[in-house]
Design a binder for this molecule. Structure first.
Ligand SMILES: Cc1ncc(COP(=O)(O)O)c(C=O)c1O
Length: 428
């Protein structure tokens, strides 16, 4: 049963979707008050700004920041949900790049700024969303997952459980998925495609089947799409286009636009109450408001990107990034294969996206991934991430996005040196 107050926090009756209902049901009771609150200060500030812009005699005593001493050095607080222009640009980018217009459950002309809330990186976005869905719940993670997920889910009072949704050929299997989801009493799934560490994606048919299953089982899908446009084969897709009534997308400028230090991420949903009211009320007690400088930077980047898309051209900046990354990926894969590594994601030949590949150590190397990495660093040959932290023991995650083609070629000999070390020394 939903608490009576639910109606007051749903701004539009059409927003009473499974997304809001599940969040309201699962969140800790105290959070409902935060969501329902109508904070006074931002309301006064917004009104004061609007009046002052029209009336020079109006005196503002509402300000909670130092203003006017060194005006050129000052950086003001921004709106809790982010700068409107940025929210608008992101809504447009996603509508056009992921072809969301006219999909069932998405407004006919696509998303608008009220479907977007800016946060301090996807990490903050995930932390906030998990507080809504994970508390005292079992949250399903895919077999390969970003290492931070466990901590994010636990911090929200949830229980991360790795589930296998794939059959022996590594295809999404609704039957297997239904069984494990029911067995573990999973109420939401945290998915990530293209996936860190392996770069795999779900096919369109798999996303459609996942949506059907989620609908049947009443599941919420939290879809981490921080690498979504960095897809080297096929058209990028968003889970929002498949199950809009129960999906929250979290993404960011960190990977796709090369500015992780700017800390600009965002939460997208087809539900305006969610992104325009609930999430901002939570941001207020999380980071207060996202970084203004980073947001301005992303506005500069996205304006021409959206202009390209509106004119039916691929977005120029990210397309150039993608082309270079594809070259690096191809080179990295050929170097690794030549040294006896095998790709360990779902796609054994050419993982479709993201910025790293997952490679299994050659069969004759009888050490675990951490030992291998430790030795490669001790010999001062190269660094790489032991993939047991992503749920893939015996594998390594090679991040090629920060390596020029020349450096990737040089890695070849260094890999050989470390492999030779293990072949020539028995390690206990
Ligand atoms: C899958 C995934 N999600 C989220 C993040 C974090 O993104 P942000 O820098 O926007 O917090 C990362 C960073 O490595 C990631 O790999």
């Amino acid at each position: 049963m939903l608490n009576d107050n639910f109606e007051h926090v749903v701004k539009d009756p059409e927003d009473a979707t499974p997304l809001l209902e599940c969040a309201w049901k699962f969140m800790p009771a105290g959070m409902r008050e935060t969501i329902a609150s109508e904070p006074i200060i931002p309301a006064v500030v917004a009104r004061a700004k609007a009046i002052a812009a029209q009336n020079p005699d109006f005196i503002r005593c509402d300000q909670g920041q130092v203003v006017g001493i060194f005006p050129k050095k000052e950086i003001y607080y921004g709106p809790t949900a982010g700068l409107e222009e940025l929210r608008e640009l992101i809504a447009r980018f996603w509508t056009l790049a992921y072809r969301l217009e006219g999909r069932p459950g998405i407004p006919a002309d696509g998303l608008d700024k009220n479907h977007v809330a800016i946060v301090s990186g996807a990490t903050e976005g995930l932390a906030i969303v998990m507080r809504l869905f994970a508390y005292q719940q079992n949250v399903g993670l895919m077999r390969l997952y970003w290492s931070n997920y466990r901590g994010i889910i636990r911090n929200a009072g949830g229980n991360p459980i790795v589930v296998n949704l794939f059959d022996k050929n590594d295809h999404f299997s609704p039957e297997i998925a239904e069984r494990v989801i029911k067995t573990h009493n999973i109420t939401s799934l945290l998915i990530n495609f293209p996936v860190n560490p392996s770069g795999d994606v779900l096919t369109d048919a798999e996303m459609a089947n996942l949506a059907i299953l989620a609908r049947r089982l009443g599941l919420i899908i939290i879809s981490d799409e921080v690498y979504n446009y960095l897809r080297y084969e096929g058209e990028p897709q968003s889970m929002l286009g498949f199950a809009p009534e129960r999906t929250v997308v979290v993404s960011s400028a960190s990977k796709e636009y090369l500015i992780p230090g700017a800390r600009v991420g965002y939460i997208l949903s087809a539900n305006k109450s969610f992104t325009n009211h609930w999430i901002p009320n939570l941001i207020r007690s999380s980071s207060s408001s996202p970084n203004i400088l980073g947001q301005r930077r992303l506005i500069e980047i996205l304006r021409p990107e959206v202009n390209d898309l509106e004119n039916h051209r691929p977005p120029g900046f990210i397309t150039a990034i993608k082309e270079e990354l594809k070259r690096r990926r191809d080179l990295m894969i050929s170097v690794l294969k030549a040294k006896g590594f095998t790709l360990a994601g779902r796609d054994k030949d050419t993982p479709s996206g993201a910025i790293s590949v997952l490679a299994k150590l050659p069969d004759d190397i009888k050490v675990d991934d951490r030992t291998f990495v430790e030795k490669a660093m001790e010999l001062e040959k190269f660094s790489v991430i032991p993939a047991s932290v992503f749920g893939a023991p015996g594998c390594l995650r090679f991040g090629y996005a920060g390596m020029t083609p020349d450096v990737i070629k040089k890695l070849s000999q260094k890999l050989q040196d470390v492999l030779d070390f293990f072949r020539n020394h028995s390690v206990s």
